[in-house]
Design a protein around this ligand. Structure first.
Ligand code: ADP
Length: 346
């Protein structure tokens, strides 16, 4: 079970380049709430909840963090533990395969410690049900054997804080949702916030970065800090190899062009997604399964990673009958409509 108390957690078997990336990404994580850029309303609320929990001397209520990947859910979970001065244990939901593994995780927690479960919507039904009693009554009921020979016992747990992360709350069951006292939604970041993140990261990575370059990267990072940091690292590589190492506006634009990230921040997969709706399915409506099959991409990737930004930016519309490319998508890809919205041929 991949469990760790460090924010990196690259598998020891991961290739070196992947490990280096993961370690570098981890080094960019802010560790205190005051260093967490953007999401001001959310940060202010969390500050209050943390202060109240510290003053009471009890565990912070369970927290559900939701939003697209790369917006800072894991970062916030680590920050909460740090602010609460408690230990954190990290688990990936699909890796908690049975009740025994859940019990092993829970019994290791000290009073007020944080258990972070990523992709919490992917817990199995049995594990999820057992998590309810743990969250509510801080106990876990165990049974050994079957029928009249079965023995049952209860393991008491220290009051702990569960921090669950999910990409979409719609994927969680009602009973699970209702057990979180604090819901925190992370939204896409503004270019200004992303520019601040990129500048902070450049300082940590010791990259010479001009303000216009930071803004160019921020504008094209699809509202996502992880993407902004990735673009910064790749642009740094280009600036180091092709120039004198300074990442100025021209170097940033050149690097983004080479990375095929366009003016709107869309990358090759984003554009291919829209192009398939338009060219293969006449602009839609088309179901997500058909798109996943045509693109050879998992449905989850399309729904969690690709679609939310395209929807938010108005490149895509979702209807009961499927996905539709909007006028903005046609304009952006410089393609002409050949069918009307009802599917009629022009
Ligand atoms: P998630 O868990 O939502 O997928 P992460 O917490 O792993 O996202 O964040 C991805 C990267 O983005 C981290 O390496 C972190 O450095 C950076 N990051 C995320 N949110 C912020 C923020 N508000 N301020 C600064 N950096 C951030």
């Amino acid at each position: 079970m991949p469990i760790s108390s460090s924010p990196t957690d690259p598998s020891p078997l991961a290739p070196t380049a992947e490990r280096t990336e993961a370690l570098e990404e981890a080094s960019l994580r802010p560790t205190r709430l005051r260093d967490f850029v953007g999401q001001p309303a959310l940060v202010e609320n969390l500050e209050v909840y943390v202060k109240a929990a510290l003053a009471r001397g009890g565990a912070l209520d369970h927290v559900l963090l939701f939003g697209p990947p790369g917006l800072g859910k894991t970062t916030l979970a680590f920050i909460l533990a740090q602010e609460l001065r408690k230990e954190i244990t990290v688990a990936h939901a699909p890796a908690i395969e049975h009740k025994g593994q859940l019990a092993a995780l829970l019994t290791k927690l000290g009073p007020g410690d944080v258990l972070f479960i990523d992709e919490i919507h992917r817990l199995s039904a049995v594990v999820e049900e057992n998590l309810y009693t743990a969250m509510e009554d801080f106990r876990i009921d165990m049974v050994q054997g079957d029928g009249p020979m079965a023995t049952a016992w209860t393991i008491p747990l220290s009051p702990f804080t569960l921090v669950g992360a999910t990409t979409r709350t719609g994927l969680l069951t009602g009973p699970m949702l209702s057990r979180f006292g604090i819901d925190a939604r992370l939204d896409y970041y503004s270019p200004d916030s992303l520019a601040r993140i990129v500048k902070r990261s450049a300082t940590i990575l010791d990259v010479r970065l001009t303000d216009p370059a930071a803004m160019e990267i921020a504008r094209r990072a699809r509202g996502t800090p992880r993407i902004a940091n990735r673009l910064l690292r790749r642009a740094r590589d280009f600036a180091e190899v092709l120039g004198d190492g300074t990442l100025d506006h021209d170097a940033a634009k050149e690097a983004l062009a080479r990375l095929e990230v366009d003016e709107a921040g869309l990358d090759e997969l984003n554009r291919r997604f829209l192009r398939v709706i338009i060219e293969t399915y006449g602009g839609g409506p088309v179901g997500i399964e058909a798109l996943a099959a045509t693109l050879s991409e998992p449905r989850d990737t399309l729904e969690d990673v690709i679609e939310p930004f395209l929807l938010q930016q108005g490149f895509l519309a979702r209807t009961a009958r499927g996905r539709l490319a909007t006028d903005r998508a046609y304009e952006h890809l410089a393609l002409k409509r050949t069918r009307g919205p009802q599917g009629q041929l022009f």
